[in-house]
Design a protein around this ligand. Structure first.
Ligand code: ZN
Ligand code: ZN
Ligand code: FE
Length: 758
């Protein structure tokens, strides 16, 4: 047996998750001496002892690590022993280069929850209870390393009791940076709409519960921003919120007191239950039960799904335990603006909506919306990446030259890259307002400063009019325009740590194409350092440009017109044409004829829009993707078995340069089915099946084995599950998004991956 000194360097999510106390306990158990230290480039450990014990130490570290920690790299080497006498936890030391990470916020842990509702505990009903296993992180971080003086908790001085917990290595609150208690920590206040304090502390929460019961709208300051809250069982309250927020049909998310309550409203699997109860605690999209008991029908009108979450902060836990009933909890903002994070800002921005404000004095540094997740093909797919997930980096499998990306236009996120890591921001939102554009700029400045990334290489969308593009072009440095759908497929490649070659399928709403058309139903061949557009959905005219995105009947009309120039006469009694007055019909026909304000598109999203309108399912998108989503829901209702429409791709040598997916035979069959009164659900399912078959056909001709699926259309569970099953059965390796959304929330990652490949 030999005595040795082992030096270890760990990088990953290892700060503020109870990692050092864990190492201390493990080392002490194994009779090792030495130290563990947090630095801004990760955790360093030196351990001395018998070689067998050190070997065991090394094996156990990743096995028994704290639940919220993630180890991305663990390097070690042996040295001669120095004769350490005991094992110590060193205070954080500053290092010149910041590569440690900002960690996501974590839902209240079971231990804290038990204390919160224990009348004997000094933190009984204290809404800011937390420990190293739970509580705020990213939302309060101002700089790295993650230490109290670098968080918004620095304005609160710990009382002797809290300080003692903070300093005791065996305590659950050892170096819990947001540690606080009623004596020394933040507190809540209930304000009226003019900012007058009505109540404080627990009474403020009790009164809020009363106001919710009476049907008032409450603006509640949570973890990463304000929620607007109403009683989810009150039709009046929910309708009033809808009307005040000017939100027509977009579903609201709800927060339910517990799983038992969720069980009354929704079906959920073991996997979905796991997600609901996870430390990330996202909104999970669940299937509504046939009878949703007492829930207001205006929460998710005409929608078989419900976005639902459990309480994730002590404040939410107290509120819902007292209320014993679900609430609507929607982001505290107006339409496309960023969620409100500041008390006085909330009064001015939400003053016209909310009746009362439940606020607190722990400043929010980074805004965070609730994340949204849906299980597809047995795996969680993140549809909105924010609280709980952001800003964990995605690891690339090679080093990159430092660069930044400004993302797309809708569901915007930004990213900065350095070494092998791409740090992706939380969901910023649609860049439709000054407010959200400013947030993009601040977030980019913030990330480049915190991660010390040289931003001389800037990637942006190829669309010249996106606010993100304009902002990128206004900055100094090298600019790289990346076509939207190329960014999508590279995003999925990076998300799976893959290298080309692969076939990239980008099915999406719309994106600026390289040939003057609007792209969105694209297949790319990805080679080392090269990308080639291999195939696309046959183009059709979109009349009215941007308007067509909001009005699916325009896509249907364009499709029919492309098939038959006399469509306006031949199909005049079809639902899409019924959406227009006679005069408008003539205008549209003229515009199509003369190609005025008419662009051609190969968008898969618009194809879904068109079919939804043809089937009289939805003619207006009140929110992004509504018509395609309703078409998906219709397909789920089909019980008739697999039906596929004819559809053709011309693979003859004359067309080798670019294959076009000709939807005409399919649309003709759909028209025939409509005429024959075939059920909409049967047609919707057959439409989906046909698209899956098209992907399979292109895949077979592409010569590639690996297929990556990306773009907003792959938020469609029916499409995803069928595509994955069909391609896998045919022997292909199918890759989908894992860490970032398939929608435009993943564009920033794709832009970074693309400029480092092309
Ligand atoms: Zn805890
Ligand atoms: Zn205290
Ligand atoms: Fe997109």
């Amino acid at each position: 047996m030999q005595r040795l000194r082992l030096k270890i360097h760990i990088q990953g999510a290892v700060q503020g998750v109870g990692f050092r106390p864990y190492i201390w306990r493990l080392a002490t158990q194994l009779n090792l001496t030495g130290w563990v230290r947090n630095t801004s480039i990760g955790v360093f450990i030196e351990a001395e002892g018998e070689d067998a014990a050190l070997e065991k130490f090394l094996t156990l570290i990743p096995v028994e690590k704290p639940p919220m920690s993630r180890i991305y790299s663990l390097k070690h080497f042996y040295l001669d022993p120095l004769g350490y006498e005991d094992f110590q936890i060193d205070k954080s030391s500053k290092a010149s280069e910041a590569t440690a990470w900002m960690l996501p916020d974590i839902a209240t842990c079971p231990d804290c929850l038990a204390e919160l509702f224990d009348p004997q505990n000094q933190r009984y009903l204290y809404p800011f209870i937390n420990c190293t296993h739970c509580g705020p992180r990213f939302s309060i971080i101002e700089a790295l390393p993650y230490d109290r003086h670098n968080t918004s908790m620095k304005i609160f001085n710990m009382c002797p009791d809290c300080q003692a917990e903070y300093e005791a290595p065996t305590n659950r609150r050892f170096h819990a940076q947001p540690n606080a208690c009623p004596v020394c920590g933040p507190n809540v206040e209930l304000w009226d709409a003019t900012g007058n304090v009505k109540h404080r502390d627990v009474v403020a929460i009790q009164q809020t519960v009363q106001f919710i019961r009476e049907g008032f709208i409450i603006a509640l300051k949570g973890l990463g921003g304000f929620h607007l809250i109403v009683d989810a069982t009150s039709d009046d309250a929910v309708s009033r919120l809808r009307q005040k927020k000017a939100r027509e049909e977009k579903p609201f998310a709800i927060m339910a007191p517990d799983l038992k309550s969720i069980d009354r409203y929704c079906e959920f699997s073991k996997q979905e239950r796991g997600l609901l109860e996870s430390p990330e605690s996202p909104i999970v999209l669940l299937q509504k039960k046939n009878c949703v008991a007492d829930l207001s029908s205006s929460i998710a009108p005409n929608n078989p799904m419900l976005g639902i979450m459990l309480p994730y902060t002590p404040l939410h836990h107290i509120l819902l335990r007292l209320l014993e009933s679900p609430i609507v909890a929607t982001s505290g903002n107006l339409a496309d603006e960023t969620i409100c994070i500041d008390n006085s800002e909330a009064l001015s921005r939400l003053g016209d909506i909310a009746d009362y404000f439940l606020v607190h004095n722990r400043p929010i540094v980074h805004h965070l919306d609730d994340s949204i997740v849906r299980i597809m093909a047995d795996r969680p797919v993140i549809l909105r990446r924010a609280r709980g997930y952001a800003p964990l980096p995605v690891m690339l499998n090679h080093d990159v030259t430092p660069c930044v990306a400004v993302g797309g236009h809708l569901k915007n996120t930004i990213a900065v890259a350095k070494g092998r890591h791409v740090y992706i921001s939380q969901h910023i939102g649609d860049l439709e307002t000054e407010n959200s554009i400013t947030t993009l700029q601040h977030t980019l400045d913030d990330f480049t400063a915190i991660y010390k990334v040289d931003s001389q290489r800037v990637a942006h969308d190829a669309h010249p009019d996106y606010a993100s593009t304009r902002y990128a072009l206004s900055r100094d440095g090298e600019k790289h325009a990346i076509q939207h759908h190329i960014a999508h497929v590279y995003s999925c490649l990076a998300d799976n740590e893959l290298e080309p070659p692969a076939l990239g399928v980008a099915w999406d709403g719309t994106g600026y194409g390289e040939d003057g058309t609007i792209w969105g139903g694209e297949f790319f061949l990805l080679d080392q350092q090269r990308v080639r557009r291999l195939a696309h959905v046959r183009t059709f005219p979109l009349v009215g440009g941007e308007q067509a995105i909001k009005q699916p009947f325009r896509s249907a009309i364009g499709l029919l017109y492309e098939m038959a120039p006399d469509a306006f006469q031949r199909y005049h009694d079809m639902p899409p044409f019924q959406q227009l007055a006679k005069a408008e019909n003539r205008t549209l026909e003229k515009m199509l004829e003369k190609r005025i304000n008419t662009v051609r598109t190969s968008s898969a999203g618009r194809l879904f829009d068109a079919v939804a309108s043809l089937l009289d399912i939805q003619h207006i998108n009140y929110y992004e993707g509504q018509a395609p989503m309703l078409l998906e829901f219709a397909a789920w209702k089909d019980m008739s078995g697999p039906k596929i429409y004819p559809c053709c791709i011309d693979f003859s040598p004359a067309n080798a340069a670019m294959w076009s997916l000709n939807w005409q035979p399919m649309i003709e069959s759909i028209l025939l089915d409509i005429k024959n009164n075939v059920k909409a659900s049967v047609i919707a399912a057959a439409f989906h099946n046909t698209l899956v078959h098209l992907v399979l056909t292109v895949a077979k001709h592409s010569g590639q084995k690996r297929i990556v699926l990306s773009g907003g259309t792959f938020q469609n569970k029916y499409l995803v599950e069928k595509t994955v099953a069909t391609l896998s059965a045919a022997g292909f390796d199918v890759y989908r998004h894992q860490q970032v959304p398939p929608n435009d929330g993943g564009i920033a990652l794709g832009q970074i991956a693309a400029i480092n490949h092309l």
